[in-house]
Ligand binder design. Structure first.
Ligand code: ASP
Length: 317
């Protein structure tokens, strides 16, 4: 018996309680709760897990609090390069785009690739042309910019910090500690038919070199779904999640090792990612509607909603 459920994340990192005001926390909880409610409504109406995760991530992209779509971080060169991916656990069809700067909602482009292309992943100009051919909204790159992210880039460059996770940026001396806000977004869901889906979207890492691609758009690394095991969306040090093939590994531990979802998810984060020096977390769901949300960082913005149940949102451990 499946329990339909949606789980979302808005990034994992070194967020600490004292770095955020009560008002800021409230804004995050409200934003997360609204997205979970939309996902619950889709699932309650008999909608598919694929539709629920698409809409959840689209809404998170529209919210400037998170590092995806509007509010995306800047590259070292001062541009935006957005990545997104989506996978349907029922058919194991997948779609992804990376390095795009003109598609308002990269997750809708990834979904279009899944549905309307024999390919799985498009990059840059080709991704944008494909999205345009599907009638998706095009924007100028400055649509994604916010003053806060620009200040974050300037601080990272002044500190010569290299490419940094949203949350690992050098301290701002700002009581709100803008650099410690997390960002990459994702959703996983189980629908009433027991089908699974996962979606992930990001602006990447602040001060990353132009052309750098992280785990988020890579099927198996930052996103994976298979009805036989689990749907998984990751956030954290992208290079490590790629090397660990993190999202796929959760399902592999279940399929080949017979581990239950929670144990598989814990092992990937606390053994594999940690051993490689990575920081971050993941959200996962299996076809019974069990969920797991492990992270080895201080916090991870996250929300859960079972159909007919309460909405739970959390930030810290
Ligand atoms: N995983 C993302 C990347 O490496 C960053 C993040 O999760 O915040 O692009």
């Amino acid at each position: 018996m499946s329990k339909p459920v949606i789980v979302i994340h808005g990034g994992a990192g070194a967020i600490t309680r004292h770095a955020m005001s009560a008002e800021q926390e409230r804004r995050y909880h409200l934003a997360l709760a609204g997205v979970v409610e939309s996902g619950q409504a889709i699932l309650a109406a008999g909608g598919s897990a694929l539709d629920a995760v698409t809409e959840a991530v689209r809404q998170l992209e529209e919210c400037p609090l998170f590092n995806a779509g509007k509010g995306a971080v800047f590259t070292h060169q001062g541009s935006h390069e957005l990545d997104a991916s989506i996978m349907d656990g029922h058919t194991r069809d997948a779609g992804a785009v990376c390095g795009v700067a003109h598609i308002r909602n990269p997750i809708l482009a990834a979904r279009a690739v899944l549905e309307h292309s024999p390919h799985v992943m498009f990059t840059g100009a080709g991704a944008e042309a494909f999205a345009a051919s599907r009638g998706l909204e095009r924007v100028e790159p400055d649509f994604f910019s916010t003053e806060e992210r620009h200040a974050q880039l300037r601080r990272a460059q002044a500190a010569d910090a290299g490419a940094i996770l949203d949350h690992d940026a050098p301290a701002a001396g700002d009581p709100l500690d803008a650099d410690r806000k997390l960002g990459t977004v994702g959703a996983v869901a189980c629908d009433s038919a027991g089908h699974l889906a996962a979606a992930t979207s990001t602006g990447g890492m602040t001060n990353k070199q132009a052309g750098r691609v992280g785990d988020s758009p890579i099927i198996g690394a930052g996103c994976y779904a298979d009805d036989a095991t689990a749907a998984v969306s990751c956030t954290g040090s992208g290079e490590v999640f790629i090397r660990a093939v993190a999202a796929y590994d959760v399902g592999a531990l279940m399929a080949y090792g017979g581990l239950p979802l929670a144990d598989a998810a814990q092992r990937v984060i606390f053994e594999k990612i940690t051993a490689l020096g990575g920081s971050g977390g993941l959200i996962a769901v299996d076809t019974e509607g069990n969920v797991a949300l492990p992270f080895n960082s201080e916090g991870m913005y996250r929300g859960i909603g079972y159909v007919g149940g309460p909405v739970e949102t959390r930030i810290y451990r």
